[in-house]
Structure formats: structure tokens, C-alpha cells
Design a protein around this ligand. Structure first.
Ligand code: PGA
Length: 259
């Protein structure tokens, strides 16, 4: 059975002090019933790079995992402003969000670059969360599946099934028109895209790898809509932006009804 993954993407929000406070507040909300609650789900938060040390300290000994919002494909060198996987590992970072639509659209990241980052993450033992999603225009033109599956194919270029077979691969379907807008895909539409993603994963990486790869939904996930989304069999969790910035709302999302 795939464990659901409830992931918080803090984006460029929260200083180290604010991140520490949020991590501690989340711990106190989740930990009393964590042994039961986390039997069928995992929780992750991805702070800005400079808050990672403080949040790592605040989460020490907790079941809440740590993620990063990006990583460079090289280990070191003349790449001003970048951060590499070996720099993240000492803080216990386990996940890295890659190919987020804000990276694609604001910072012009293309699929080839994203594929290199996916490869680097996997080779350093990080779990990439590869984000894919169509824009509003592509959606209105009926091209959602073509765009999503194209991003998936190119983003996984060079990824061997072995990496996915040990469960260290996740995909996030985030329709761009749903991110930060308060609009979301209907659970039926999201489920259909997730099913198509899993079918493509089966073709690329094999049925077994596809069956264990988690496919998250993201885009305006809130405490109000999480139950209907996370309750779908092919929606293996959620990637949450805005609603992950407050302990109360993220804790409620973590408690989503999934069955
Ligand atoms: P949102 O962001 O939940 O604020 O829409 C989701 C994301 O960008 O991962």
C-alpha cells in the first residue's frame, strides 16, 4: 500500500525564526496521536534554504520529514546562488521539490534542466517530487494530458526504474491555474490525470515501480477540500502551499480522511 504524503511547500515565506516556531507548533499538534495518525501517511515540510538548519533542529526526533524546494545538479563549483545535494544532506533533508511551476515559469527552468536535477537528487539519496502541470490556456485548449505527460517523460529522461523501485520517487500534479488561486481541479478530473500519469510511469519504469510511486495533487489544497482529494485511490497525498504556513490548517490537512 502506498503511504499518503502530505507535503508543505513554504515557498519564499518564513524566516528561520518563523519556520522554527511553525515546526514546533506543528509538532505539538501532530505528535500526541502520531503513532496512529502516521500509520498510513507521511508528512514533510520544505522551508526556504536558509531556514532549513533551524527547522531541522526544531524537528529533531520528530516524524515530520524535511524537504528542500530546489537543488542544483552539480555537487560544487562556480554556480553562484545555488545549493547542492551534499549541502542539504547533513540537515537530514529527505525530499526535494523539482520542476515546480514557479521554477518553470518565473525562472525559466526547462525539462532538460529539471531532469538533471532529478538525476542528481536520486544519486544522492534524496526523493525528488517532480511537479508537472498545465497552464490555464493549455487546460482550456484541452491539452492538459499532453502537457503533463510530456513534462513527465522529459523530466524522467535518464531515470532508471531501479530508482523508482525503492520507492524514492514522487510526482506532483499541480495544474498551474490552481496554484494560489483558490480554484482546484475536481477530484474526478485530478484522479483521471493521476491515472494517466501512473499508466505512463508503468510504460517508462515498469508496473511495479508505477504502483509504488506516489502521485500527489497540488493547487489550492485547503482543510475544506483535502478530504475529497486525498480520498481518491490514485491521489497519494497533497502538495500544499498557502495552507501549509499555519499550524492549524496544515495539521487539519495532515488529518485528511483518506478512505
Ligand atoms: P497553493 O500552492 O497550495 O498555495 O496553491 C501549491 C504549490 O504551489 O505547491
Amino acid at each position: 500500500m502506498r503511504k499518503k504524503l502530505i507535503a508543505g511547500n513554504w515557498k519564499m515565506n518564513l524566516t528561520a525564526d518563523e519556520g522554527r516556531a511553525l515546526a514546533l507548533a506543528l509538532r505539538s499538534q501532530i505528535e500526541p496521536d502520531a503513532p496512529v495518525l502516521l500509520r498510513d501517511r507521511e508528512v514533510m515540510v520544505a522551508p526556504p534554504f536558509v531556514a532549513i538548519p533551524a527547522v531541522a533542529q526544531a524537528l529533531a526526533g520528530s516524524p515530520i520529514a524535511l524537504g528542500a524546494q530546489n537543488v542544483h545538479y552539480e555537487e560544487r563549483g562556480a554556480f553562484t546562488g545555488e545549493v547542492s545535494a551534499p549541502m542539504l544532506l547533513p540537515f537530514g533533508v529527505k525530499f526535494v521539490i523539482l520542476g515546480h511551476s514557479e521554477r518553470r515559469h518565473i525562472f525559466d527552468e526547462d525539462d532538460a534542466l529539471i531532469a538533471r536535477k532529478v538525476g542528481a537528487a536520486l544519486s544522492h539519496g534524496l526523493t525528488p517530487i517532480l511537479c508537472v502541470g498545465e497552464t490555464a490556456q493549455e487546460h482550456d485548449e484541452g491539452r492538459a494530458l499532453e502537457v503533463v505527460l510530456g513534462q513527465l517523460d522529459r523530466g524522467l529522461e535518464g531515470t532508471a526504474s531501479a530508482a523508482a523501485l525503492d520507492g524514492r520517487m514522487a510526482i506532483a500534479y499541480e495544474p498551474v491555474w490552481a496554484i494560489g488561486t483558490g480554484r482546484n481541479a475536481s477530484p474526478e478530473d485530478a484522479e483521471a490525470v493521476h491515472r494517466a500519469i501512473r499508466a505512463r510511469l508503468a510504460e517508462r519504469l515498469g508496473r511495479e515501480a508505477a504502483a509504488i510511486t506516489r502521485i500527489l495533487y497540488g493547487g489550492s489544497v485547503t482543510p475544506q477540500n483535502v478530504d475529497v482529494l486525498a480520498g481518491r485511490p490514485d491521489i497519494d497525498g497533497v502538495l500544499v502551499g498557502g495552507a501549509s504556513l499555519k499550524a492549524d490548517s496544515f495539521a487539519r490537512i495532515i488529518r485528511a480522511r483518506t478512505g
